[in-house]
Design a protein around this ligand. Structure first.
Ligand code: SF4
Ligand code: SF4
Length: 348
């Protein structure tokens, strides 16, 4: 497997700054099909109310408030800052039986993994992009919830060992682990956290399995908190003075969270090949990080056929040709001496 030490080259430090930014005026819930919209203009909505559904895709309001507009593929909801919700009671995980677990938790794929005799259950807690620290921050701030779910999994299923996989640069985490959780530190090389690669790197026998930290977070909400997840962590990082991990309302606009965009490029999710976006970006389920970089004129020149992009590709495919096995890591862009955006060229 080929990986690159991006962290050392770009001198990126582990982020320890965190902020709750939940006081937003509006949310914009996206919809693809009008028939999936579950609310009408001027309706009052509760926080956690289902407002859009298309088969398995379900979107819930992250605020309580009023529907003020439905157009251009978005449901606009004005926050009334009352946080009104259907009262649901948090549950004690120590009281949860296997039947309860199966009733409350909805991910059939993970339930089928858990039904096996498991030697090692690995939990991928690696933030893939070098600028992103959401999983790291979630773990440091929610260790007790995470530990409760891990203890429940040990109690209900036949699992010998559960191990969180983290980067060896997540130093302060190590001190926090006073709870009964194992962790495995892997070298901070990119893109080791990608599911396909970590799978190959870790799973040594047919009784080893890998799941994602988000699967544990889903269990925290569906089993313990007994409510839908209406907030999410995103990292805002890059050439800025105040990089932080933000806890935000789902479907808020980036422009309400952050203002300093003058002479900057705004890049979505991946610092190596993420697309350029505008400050009106809606923070949806697929938004993980916003990377704000000084505007740079890139002088792309002709391909010299040096082969560096082919050598570096972790998927062992030819980056110069479109290939569905591409994992969008952007390493080909990163090493190209001709500054060609190879990944983007393949998307056309
Ligand atoms: S072709 Fe895809 S997988 Fe290979 S280096 Fe480029 S972006 Fe990564
Ligand atoms: S790294 Fe850039 S210059 Fe070298 S072969 Fe690939 S596209 Fe061409």
């Amino acid at each position: 497997m080929k990986t690159v030490n991006i962290v050392r080259e770009q001198n990126i430090k582990t982020l320890n700054d965190y902020i709750d930014k939940l006081d937003i005026d509006y949310i914009y819930v996206p919809y693809e099909k009008a028939e999936g919209i579950k609310v009408q203009l001027n309706d009052s909505v509760l926080k956690g109310q289902l407002v859009y559904q298309d088969n398995d895709i379900k979107r819930y309001s992250s605020v309580s408030g009023k529907v003020i507009k439905i157009e251009n593929k978005y449901i606009f909801i004005k926050n009334n800052y009352k946080e009104l919700t259907n009262n649901t009671r948090a549950r004690k995980t120590s009281d949860i039986s296997l039947d309860d677990f199966n009733k409350y938790y909805h991910n059939d794929k993970i339930k089928s993994i858990l039904s096996n005799d498991i030697n090692n259950l690995y939990i991928n807690a690696i933030d893939d992009d070098p600028y992103t620290f959401n999983k790291y921050m979630y773990l440091t701030r929610n260790l007790n919830d995470v530990a409760e779910i891990i203890n429940l999994l040990y109690k209900l299923f036949n699992i010998k060992r559960i191990t969180f996989v983290i980067k060896n640069s997540y130093n302060s985490l190590l001190d926090s682990y006073k709870v009964n959780i194992n962790y495995l530190k892997v070298e901070d090389i990119y893109p080791i956290g990608h599911k396909y690669l970590i799978d190959k790197y870790l799973l040594k026998s047919s009784s080893d399995y890998l799941i994602e930290l988000q699967d544990i977070i889903d269990m925290i909400y569906e089993i313990k908190k007994n409510r839908v997840q209406t907030e999410k962590y995103i990292t805002i990082n890059g050439d800025i003075d105040d990089p932080k991990v933000y806890n935000v309302k789902k479907y808020c606009s980036l422009s309400e969270l952050y203002k300093e965009f003058k002479d900057k490029d705004i890049i979505l999710n991946n610092s190596l090949c993420g697309k350029l976006i505008k400050k009106e970006q809606i923070i949806d389920d697929n938004t993980y990080s916003i990377i704000i970089k000084n505007k740079k004129k890139i002088n792309e020149i002709e391909c010299s056929k040096c082969g560096l992009c082919v050598n570096v590709c972790p998927m062992k495919i030819n980056p110069l040709k479109k290939d569905s096995r591409c994992i969008a890591c952007g390493l080909c862009n990163y090493v190209c001496p001709s500054k060609i955006n190879i990944y983007e060229r393949n998307q056309k």
